[in-house]
Design a protein around this ligand. Structure first.
Ligand SMILES: [Fe+2]
Length: 341
């Protein structure tokens, strides 16, 4: 072998060693901890890897991810946490396992009301908490959240537990709008209108409306679309109901977020930010809209026709951080008025 060829071979070996060293491998990876179902996350991740060449490792769980990150401490491999609902988002921040995301690109895409003022989380897609109303028995096509306490609905409302995170956020929004005393009065009124003890999930609420147990139920926008388009045995529940987008008096429709957070000790921080920015990009936003029936947080992305069929969403402008700040009060009020009893 000539001298130059030996030198070239040595360089090649050295390059291979660098490529295989943990430091380099790390720069081509990102570790995602997710509460969101793999079924939704995997196609997004595959598309991200295809676009960027960055390998994604997923840790999926239905609970305990903050505790896990905390226990892993400074050596936690977690870079990005994907979760749903302002309640879980706030819990992650409260657990002290996050850091500010710091991305001008993200700040430009995600409206300020859907971002943490301190930068620890950002909404990536939205869902609204709406009314599933009996097509046969409910004539009106508009309603306010305040009206749910009107005695005209006595014995006609179905809803899941008042302590469930979806209702907790709605009730916290009510507190943010009207104050604690008015919220308590309202909750007592809604409670007095319930057809049955709060139970089941949003799909069962639609089921009970369809069965005539109640005239209106409270549920999230995507469940109705899932029942209508993906679940043959639950399709009749969607078909018996219509979705009404309620509004706060003088406000808009209550929305909640699926969000992203950057882990405090993210070993692949730059790639984590890259993934977060990619999730706010056009391709990912279209996937959230098409596959999961969520409202894209990015302007100009088409929403799914089923969701569009509910009518134009006039999202409440209350900053999500204000909802997070009232979660505890809402939970206390639910117990105080015996909402779930
Ligand atoms: Fe859900």
């Amino acid at each position: 072998m000539s001298r130059t060829r030996i030198a070239a071979a040595a360089t090649a070996v050295a390059s291979a060693m660098i490529l295989n060293s943990p430091a380099f491998a790390q720069s081509g990876e990102v570790n995602v901890y997710t509460y969101r179902e793999t079924k939704l996350v995997q196609p997004l991740i595959d598309a991200f890897t295809k676009d960027t060449g960055i390998k994604v490792n997923i840790v999926s769980a239905s609970s305990g991810l903050e505790q896990r990150i905390k226990a892993e401490g400074a050596n936690s491999p977690a870079d990005v946490l994907l979760t749903v609902d302002v309640g879980r988002i706030a819990e992650a921040v409260d657990a002290g396992v996050t850091q500010p995301i710091k991305s001008d690109a993200l700040d430009k895409i995600v409206p300020a009301q859907y971002r943490d003022p301190d930068g620890h989380w950002a909404g990536i897609s939205m869902r609204a908490r709406v009314i599933y109303a009996s097509k046969d028995r409910v004539k009106q096509d508009a309603i306010t959240y305040e009206e749910l306490a009107d005695p005209k609905w006595k014995g006609k409302i179905c809803i899941r537990s008042g302590q469930h995170i979806y209702n907790n956020a709605l009730f916290a929004a009510y507190v943010a709008h009207h104050g604690e005393a008015k919220a308590e009065e309202w909750l007592r009124g809604v409670k007095a209108n319930l057809a049955q003890k709060p139970s089941g999930g949003d799909r069962e609420t639609a089921r009970d409306v369809a069965a005539g147990k109640c005239d209106i139920g409270i549920g999230n926008t995507y469940y109705w679309a899932l029942m209508m388009n993906h679940d043959a045995d639950k399709k009749p529940w969607a078909e018996a109901t219509k979705v009404i987008l309620p509004t706060f008096a003088g406000g808009g429709t209550h929305v909640n977020l699926s969000g992203v957070l950057l882990a405090k000790n993210a070993p692949n921080r730059a790639n984590g930010v890259k993934l977060i920015e990619w999730l706010a990009g056009e391709k990912a936003q279209q996937m959230y809209a098409d596959a999961n029936y969520e409202y894209p947080v990015r302007a100009g992305v088409a929403i799914h026709p089923t969701i569009a069929g509910y009518g134009k969403l006039n999202a409440d402008t209350l900053p999500i951080s204000k909802i997070a700040a009232n979660r505890k009060t809402a939970s206390t009020l639910v117990d105080k008025v015996g909402f779930d009893n």
